[in-house]
Ligand binder design. Structure first.
Ligand code: P70
Length: 439
């Protein structure tokens, strides 16, 4: 624990950017659920069975078998983490001038699409951009937006639809299977692939089990498989759903694309049987995948997020509705109505929460949205959010109570807040390293 006085110093040294705080100065760390979950006794036992051969490690085959069994994809390329897989698939499938529709952008995903010469187009349903809308499947793709784009640009300019389970920047919102089946039918009609960002697929499957008609008697594992089977390829950041500290993969059903990816991975990541991962980490991942689709685990995990969300809702704090699966997202525009978006309300709020209690959160608003690649202006996203992300199997309900109490204090003190100005802005993914000063 730190004192308020300490934290005043630390946040100035970190340029009001929670990414730049030292972890030792953080009390409860809700920056991300990425690589921060606790590994189980079985996963740690697996770590001891690492086969660190350069080529053909036994652990690779265990990981490959787990992916094929639970997710059903045919060919697997390990990568150091999710963005390694995004890099490879973008390089292979996107030509300059192409368009990539998706259910809301994700920072690293869109950047790799742009670096390959493509343009991302948001085709998520309108409800996803409205924090007040209680529509249950805000991750859904708007079929009209998608079909209009295909008609306008031509199917040959659209190498794939990028479909995420769940949608991170919308607030951890799920897609329904009914919607995915419609997207599948439409993309089949035009001969377009679906590439699945399956980073939080088990959490999405759980929401389908709870809220989509016809799924309450299906297991999370069965629903996960049904989702994957409706898609052609996948990128995975195993650091989330799959309960490991590091790792990812690219999964493919088409042999030709696999062959190219297997060749490219040796340039950017490592040999095709380790792709930047240690043998022991591939073993922990094989076990983590099995645990991630366990119904009791996923109910407890999402249940804890719901517990925090309901508590904040009951206290009248403006949050994104419905409550998502990996965190609770605070609506910074409603929290600080006095701040225009260029005063960085969400960045300000995440700094204020840290100052109050040492709880670390993440900005997911105008700083994360970056600049328009043609005009150079800020992108002004409708959603200006602070994410309180819950690591899996780490914190107790008592921690959730402390977090809620702190947010209530910060809310009570909201009136005097003046916002921030950005004094240093890196070229790529600026939110990670940008520096701010108090206004
Ligand atoms: C987070 C992390 C990573 C992520 C993701 C989705 C839906 C791909 C990735 C990339 C880490 C992060 C990344 C960028 C900005 C802030 C935080 N999300 N797709 O905290 O995977 O990190 O393994 O390369 O959520 O949400 P990786």
């Amino acid at each position: 624990m730190t004192s308020r006085e300490d934290r005043e110093r630390y946040i100035v040294e970190a340029g009001y950017n929670t990414f730049l705080l030292k972890s030792k100065d953080v009390y409860i760390d809700l920056l991300t659920d990425s690589g921060t979950s606790a590994m189980s006794d079985r996963q740690w036992a697996g770590i001891m069975m690492g086969d660190e051969a350069y080529a053909g490690s036994e652990n690779f085959y265990h990981m490959e078998a787990a992916i094929q069994k639970y997710y059903g994809y045919k060919h697997i390329i390990p990568t150091h983490q999710g963005r390694g897989a995004e890099h490879l698939i973008s390089k292979i499938l996107i030509k300059p001038g192409d368009f990539i529709p998706g259910n809301m952008y994700f920072t690293t995903t869109r950047l790799h699409q742009e670096l390959a010469g493509g343009t991302f187009v948001d085709v998520i349903v309108d409800e996803a951009h409205d924090p007040e809308s209680t529509f249950q499947f805000k991750g859904n793709i708007d079929l009209n937006k998608l079909e209009n784009l295909i008609k306008e640009k031509g199917a040959d300019k659209i190498p794939y639809v990028c479909m995420a389970t769940t949608v991170n920047l919308a607030g951890g919102q799920p897609i329904s299977l009914a919607n995915l089946r419609d997207v599948r039918a439409l993309t089949h009609k035009y001969g377009i692939r679906i590439v699945h960002d399956m980073t939080r697929v088990a959490e999405n499957a759980f929401m389908i089990q709870q809220f989509e008609e016809g799924y309450k008697n299906k297991s999370t594992a069965e629903i996960v498989r049904e989702i994957c089977d409706l898609t052609d390829a996948a990128t995975m950041s195993s650091k989330k759903d799959a309960l490991v500290s590091i790792g990812g993969f690219l999964a493919l059903n088409e042999y030709d694309v696999y062959e190219e990816a297997r060749n490219l991975v040796v340039v950017y990541e490592g040999l095709h049987t380790y792709g930047g991962m240690a043998g022991r980490d591939m073993e922990a991942l094989a076990i983590g995948i099995t645990e991630s689709v366990n119904d009791d685990h996923i109910r407890a995990r999402v249940g804890q997020v719901m517990y925090l969300g309901r508590k904040l809702e009951a206290a009248g704090i403006p949050i994104v509705k419905p409550i998502g699966t990996h965190g609770v997202f605070l609506d910074a525009k409603k929290f600080y109505p006095q701040l225009t978006q260029d005063k960085f309300p969400a960045q300000t709020l995440s700094a204020e929460i840290y100052l109050d209690s040492g709880v670390r959160s993440m900005e997911r608003g105008i700083v994360s949205a970056g600049r328009n690649k043609i005009t150079g202006d800020h992108n002004y996203p409708n959603l200006e959010l602070v994410r309180l992300t819950i690591p899996r199997r780490v914190y107790t309900q008592a921690h959730m109570d402390v977090i809620a109490e702190s947010i209530e204090y910060v809310y009570a003190d909201r009136e005097d807040i003046k916002g921030l100005k950005m004094t240093y802005e890196p070229k790529y993914l600026r939110f990670f390293q940008a520096i701010f000063e108090k206004l």
